[in-house]
Design a protein around this ligand. Structure first.
Ligand code: FAD
Length: 403
């Protein structure tokens, strides 16, 4: 490991200080680096941790276009697989949507997020980019001033600071950027969908050649291919229950039941290598700028994973911010920075609307007597319309793949 990757300067400077080496921070870092803008990425975790964190996998066509445009898509072009079908299994039978032939005719590329992050990091370091791993941003100070400062602490507990002209908060929902916003500086919109999922990663080949969404009276179950050897599953789960409350056998039995394996074919079982509980929530900060501090990716907005939009929005916002920073720092044109928040929020609200619709497509609430309730009947009606109406299917396809 080189010096630039392993040590923490106690006091340093860069024109743009980027917090977080996820998809948002690394796309931004690569684009700035390629344009000769002086920047640094500060990352709390180690390099090994960021390169192995298993999360997203479905990349929208627009995300692939952005990465292609900047020469960052080589890995996903080589190892990613196109995907364009989903299958719904319900109490009324099953139906498939070949969304690649509907709407705008766009497809997903399935490419695990940690592989994308590895590609982005490798390219950034190979082109001379600066990253400080094991460096936690504590607070962003003086965001209203000409020289905002990020206080940091390294893995040995040493503290220091980084001064920049701009700070890009790409450090997620619980990062320093959000924490540093003064009270009242931005508005937080928040919606708890009242549902939790147990997200699972199984060392098992996909069990069907489609994204599987199963609606069952015992709760939702989902199936998403990751690689020929790994599959992500979701199980609707009791809110507040610890992720390890269920044995592997119980998980596979429940997945099989809810996905109606007896009718449609068995699931390929395998070792469950990762599990985490996700409470389905949405939130949006507005505006996405406070002085010299910009919010990007999950730091800007959090989406329920129902529609796989988070990483895609992160890449889109990073490109918008990179262009604006390059125009400002390179040509003295602040217009893009002034418009950054409004431009991103337009995309974010559209994605929030679709993700919320997906939550309501996949979950209903039984009535007080345990019988199907009003929302459950609405859910059933939504699915019926999706299975039979071409205009509903076109709308679904456009928003499912689009960002
Ligand atoms: P992150 O990827 O969270 O990166 C933030 C980085 O900041 C991290 O490396 C973190 O260590 C670092 N950091 C945090 N705090 C600090 C600090 N104080 N100082 C320094 N560094 C800090 N999205 C999709 O588009 N498609 C999908 O299929 C999909 N599936 C998902 C499945 C699961 C189970 C989950 C949990 C999420 C999924 N998402 C999906 C969402 C997607 O993973 C996120 O939206 C995406 O990671 C956001 O990227 P980001 O760069 O904004 O944040």
């Amino acid at each position: 490991m080189t010096d630039s990757q392993s040590t923490t300067a106690l006091r340093d400077k860069a024109d743009v200080v980027i917090l977080g080496a996820g998809p948002a921070g690394l796309v931004l870092g690569n684009l700035l680096q390629a344009s000769g803008v002086d920047c640094v990425v500060l990352e709390r975790a180690t390099r090994a941790q960021v390169q192995t964190r298993s999360r997203a996998g479905f990349l929208a066509a627009n995300t692939v276009r952005i990465l292609d445009r900047h020469g960052l898509a080589e890995g996903l072009r080589r190892r990613g697989r196109e995907h364009a079908t989903c299958e719904f299994r319900t109490e009324d039978g099953r139906f498939r949507l070949d969304y690649g032939g509907l709407g705008r005719g766009e497809r997903h590329t399935v490419y695990p997020q940690h592989e994308l992050v590895t590609d982005l990091l490798t390219r950034y370091l190979d082109t001379g980019g600066r990253v400080r791993f094991g460096t936690e941003a504590l607070t962003v100070l003086d965001t209203d001033g000409a020289r905002p400062t990020v206080t940091v602490r390294d893995a040995d507990g040493r503290t220091g600071s980084w001064q920049g002209r701009y700070v890009a908060g790409c450090d997620g929902r619980h990062g320093a950027a959000r924490r540093s916003l003064p009270p009242g500086a931005v508005r937080r919109h928040h919606l708890d969908h009242g549902v939790s999922w147990l997200g699972l990663l199984a060392e098992a080949p996909p069990s069907l050649d489609a994204v599987g969404y199963a609606v069952h009276h015992r709760g939702f179950a989902g199936h998403m291919a990751r690689t020929p050897e790994a599959t992500r599953y979701y199980l609707q789960y009791e809110r507040g229950a610890p992720p390890d409350a269920w044995s592997e056998d119980r998980i596979w039995d429940e997945l099989s039941l809810r996905m109606r394996a007896a009718d449609y074919g068995p699931l390929h079982r395998g070792r469950i290598v990762h599990r985490a509980v996700v409470d389905l929530e949405s939130d949006v900060l507005e505006p996405l700028r406070h002085g010299a501090l910009f919010l990007v990716g999950d730091a800007a907005s959090l989406l329920s994973p129902s529609a796989a939009k988070g990483a895609n929005l992160a890449v889109l916002e990073a490109e918008i911010l990179a262009r604006a920073l390059i125009a400002d720092l390179g040509h003295g044109d602040p217009e893009g920075l002034a418009r950054y928040s409004a431009r991103c929020l337009e995309h974010i609200w559209r994605a929030q609307e679709f993700s919320g619709w997906m939550v309501r497509l996949l979950h209903g609430a039984p009535g007080p007597d345990g019988e199907p309730g009003f929302h459950d009947s609405l859910r059933r009606s939504r699915l019926a319309s999706l299975s039979s109406s071409r205009s509903s299917q076109d709308w679904f396809a456009e928003h499912y793949v689009g960002v």
